[in-house]
Design a protein around this ligand. Structure first.
Ligand SMILES: NCc1[nH]cc(CCC(=O)O)c1CC(=O)O
Length: 323
């Protein structure tokens, strides 16, 4: 990479305008400002809020709208057009393929990847009464929860985190399912009744991680972002995204994956054993296929796990639901 020439620069950061998006963008900017100061860069940061298609249709069930990248397309266009210099996304909202000329400049350290339950009475899955009403509009979550607890009534719920928690009270749900990461980033971790173990509910690809997108040609930003990257998160998220890419899935199909980094390989500095679990299921939870594999090349591992699931019929399940 060409070293950037550091002069004075106002860096415009694009983000969605939800409370969570603004909070996590603020956290990234604080971190980038700290890094800039540490390295003697004369950078200041400005936030630019961008409304995405996903924000405009928050009242419709997303899986019915379909399409990939509902929460990122407009932001990526602003990046291509030069209206912003970098964009902060929730990694799990990023489609596998980025537009020509854009790249993932940094994947900062991941927080808790698990889903969690926010329940009316407290306690986790085991504490939910028979036939409890659980709110989620994620096919991945309903598939796995239904598989673990066939008695549960999974019902669609949309909106930002705060409105989903409110609906727990106003719409009489016994529980809603949310990403632990979102609640933690908002400082609302005391609302988490229980985290759901990954072997019960495999998270979405990239859940708990952020993706910082930039232009391939912007050497200054690339240099800055490289200082924010977390190697362990990058390796594991690359494996999960390779899996997603091989299955051609967006975040609206029952696909889940979680990769962990194991030991560094002997005599191969920077190369690690990676352990990944991938799943594909039917929306009603009747079919749930899982594979666990190990490897040291993230892209290859993702492809291998996808191939193993496809060999067991994952492609037919996904074709059936139009994924
Ligand atoms: N689907 C929306 C979304 N996109 C990112 C997060 C927060 C979690 C994360 O950053 O992985 C959420 C909320 C949720 O799923 O509860």
């Amino acid at each position: 990479m060409e070293a950037g020439k550091q002069g004075k620069r106002v860096i415009v950061v694009g983000t969605r305008q939800s409370a969570l998006a603004l909070t996590q963008t603020g956290q990234v900017i604080d971190e980038l400002a700290r890094i800039s100061e540490e390295h003697g860069f004369d950078y200041t940061f400005e936030v630019k809020k961008i409304v995405t298609k996903g924000d405009r249709i928050l009242d419709v069930t997303l899986s019915k709208v379909g399409g990939k990248g509902l929460f990122v397309k407009e932001i990526e266009q602003a990046l291509v057009d030069g209206d912003i210099d970098l964009a902060v996304h929730s990694m799990k909202d990023m489609p596998y393929e980025l537009p020509e000329g854009l790249m993932n400049g940094a994947i900062p350290k991941r927080v808790d990847p698990r889903d969690c339950l926010v329940t009316r009475e407290g306690g986790g899955l085991d504490a939910l009464p028979l036939g409890a009403r659980v709110g989620t509009s994620s096919l991945r979550r309903s598939c796995q929860l239904k598989h673990a607890r066939p008695d549960l009534q999974l019902e669609s719920i949309r909106g930002n985190i705060d409105s989903r928690i409110r609906k727990l009270e106003t719409e009489g749900f016994d529980a809603v399912v949310l990403a632990s990461a979102g609640l933690t980033r908002m400082g609302w971790q005391d609302r988490i009744s229980a985290n759901i173990p990954v072997d019960v509910c495999l998270p979405a690809v990239g859940q708990g991680a952020l993706g910082i997108e930039c232009r391939e040609t912007d050497a200054q930003i690339r240099e800055l972002l490289s200082l924010l990257n977390d190697n362990e998160t990058e390796l594991t998220v690359r494996a999960e995204r390779s899996f997603l890419g091989s299955l051609n899935g967006g975040c609206q199909v029952p696909i889940g994956a979680y990769c962990m980094r194991g030991e560094e390989l002997e005599g191969q500095s920077g190369t690690y054993n990676l352990i990944m679990t991938g799943m594909v299921g039917s929306p009603d939870g009747a079919v749930l296929l899982k594979e666990v594999m190990q490897g040291s090349d993230p892209e290859q591992l993702g492809k291998d796990v996808a191939a193993a699931l496809i060999a067991r019929g994952a492609d037919r399940i996904l074709a059936d639901i139009g994924g």
